[in-house]
Design a protein around this ligand. Structure first.
Ligand code: ATP
Ligand code: MG
Length: 437
């Protein structure tokens, strides 16, 4: 048999559905967001933890609860081909963090404040704001039982929204109380839902006796009226649970954090107790929850650790970026401080020396480069400078070059007046080009 003379073109390979490539310029927005997150975490003394993407499946079935969306239908689970262990791509990171904290006895000398940034995997129907691989930022405070740490975590999230210039995130809070209180509420809830069984959907009927609280979290609009009139968990809370809730509220009030109490707010995982909260926006359609969390005082024990309380939240980076985009903010984050406009290619050796000096001073600079050996006209260079989003153009025109100076031309409102500086004084004027952060 002879081989064909011209091989057929290879079929194109595409990425996996629901898993996205992040390309420039979007990748710059992600990096800028991550940089802001890291800076803010440092300000609140939260330290980075990096756990593996793959964990034993049991960690999630035990940690998240068998009757949850994630465990029932969203996990990417496979067998280790050598020893047959069941492994799962992490659908969330709290369980992994707790596993690591227990495994390394991290709480031996007191509580720990931790944060992570990284990809999570859930087999969901891909749509706007809902993907099969998505990034989360999470903050977890382990070994702390007081409501002041619930408040600290909420204040940290609010500081992030402020830092990003986001104003439309609503905070909703609720208390899930303690297991005994939930049990009493559960009885009342089942009784109520049984009376309205004909109005329930299949999912709800299946969960009626296994996990009725989760029915309150339904996304089915047809169920909203039934759910709205259901017995409220808040009405079943005892004194201790109420005082924890009130302590949180008074700290939020004292710090002028606006919130509403949503008695129907329950979270998707079984591990929560006492405080739960969500930051929600109306601007992203159905996928409006940007950040969610709460207290999980029993999870550490449930995963084999010495009993210790904990609280945390996770935010969806993809949804947050969409919100920034929706508010026209994503470009600012990735714009350089300055854009160098250069009249003469032959001056590049000196020009690059100045740009290097500025970068060493912490100024981010994008340089106009030649195309096919020629510099574009100054007019078209200024257009580029403007499109880059930079706050200043650094003009190295013929005049400036002959005088060993540079003209700083403001490109945005409120950036001041045009002014020329000598290269020799760069250490003085250079730092003024840095964006205020
Ligand atoms: P939802 O109710 O939207 O399914 P969830 O309760 O499953 O969210 P959590 O497990 O609490 O979400 O995750 C925290 C945050 O992570 C969510 O508020 C959301 O911003 C983000 N997130 C969750 N699932 C996805 C996904 N499939 N794609 C993108 N972001 C997601
Ligand atoms: Mg979900």
């Amino acid at each position: 048999m002879s081989r064909p003379q011209t091989p057929a073109p290879a079929a194109r390979l595409n990425g996996v559905k629901g898993m996205n490539d992040v390309l420039p310029p979007n990748s710059a927005a992600v990096e800028a967001l991550e940089a802001r997150v890291r800076r803010l975490m440092a300000r609140y003394a939260y330290r980075n933890i990096r756990t593996p993407i793959v964990e034993h499946t049991q960690l999630f079935t035990r940690g998240l609860g068998e009757v949850t969306d994630i465990v029932e239908k969203e996990m990417y689970t496979f067998e280790d081909r050598l020893n047959g262990d069941s492994l799962t791509l992490r659908p969330e990171c709290t369980a992994g963090v707790v596993r690591a904290v227990v495994e390394h006895a991290m709480l031996y000398d007191g509580g720990k404040r931790l944060y992570y940034i990284g990809p999570m995997f859930r087999h969901e129907r891909p749509q706007r704001g809902r993907y099969r691989q998505f990034d989360q930022v999470g903050a977890e405070a382990l070994g702390f039982g007081g409501a002041e740490v619930d408040a600290e975590l909420i204040l940290l999230a609010v500081a992030l929204w402020q830092d990003l210039g986001l104003s439309d995130l609503r905070l909703e809070i609720n208390s899930l109380g303690q297991p005994a209180e939930r049990l009493q509420h559960r009885r009342a809830l089942i009784e109520y839902l049984e009376q309205h069984a004909e109005l329930l959907d299949e999912d709800a009927r299946r969960r009626l006796h296994s996990n009725p609280l989760r029915i309150l979290d339904t996304k089915n609009p047809a169920l909203q009226p039934v759910v709205a009139a259901a017995p409220r968990l808040l009405d079943f809370l005892g004194q201790d649970s109420l005082s924890h809730f009130n302590a949180l509220r008074s700290i939020l009030d004292a710090n002028a954090v606006a919130y509403s109490v949503n008695p129907r707010l329950v979270r998707g995982m079984d591990y929560y107790n006492l405080t739960v909260f969500e930051f929600v926006t109306d601007r992203l359609g159905a996928q409006g929850t940007v950040c969610a969390g709460g207290r999980y005082d029993y999870l550490i024990e449930q995963l084999g650790g010495k009993p210790a309380p904990a609280v945390g939240w996770a935010l969806g980076v993809d949804r947050l970026l969409e919100l920034l985009k929706d508010q026209g903010q994503e470009r600012l984050d990735m714009a350089p401080d300055a854009y160098a406009v250069v009249a003469d290619k032959n001056a590049m050796p000196q020009v690059l020396q100045q740009l290097q000096a500025l970068r060493a001073l912490g100024v981010s600079v994008q340089m106009q480069a030649s195309v096919d050996g020629v510099m574009a006209s100054l007019k078209s260079q200024f257009k580029r400078a403007d499109a880059s989003g930079a706050r200043f153009a650094l003009v190295f025109g013929a005049d400036e070059l002959s005088r060993q100076s540079v003209t700083i031309k403001p490109l945005r409102d409120g950036s001041g007046a045009q002014i020329s500086h000598a290269w020799a004084d760069i250490a003085t004027w250079g730092p003024t080009l840095q964006s205020p952060t």
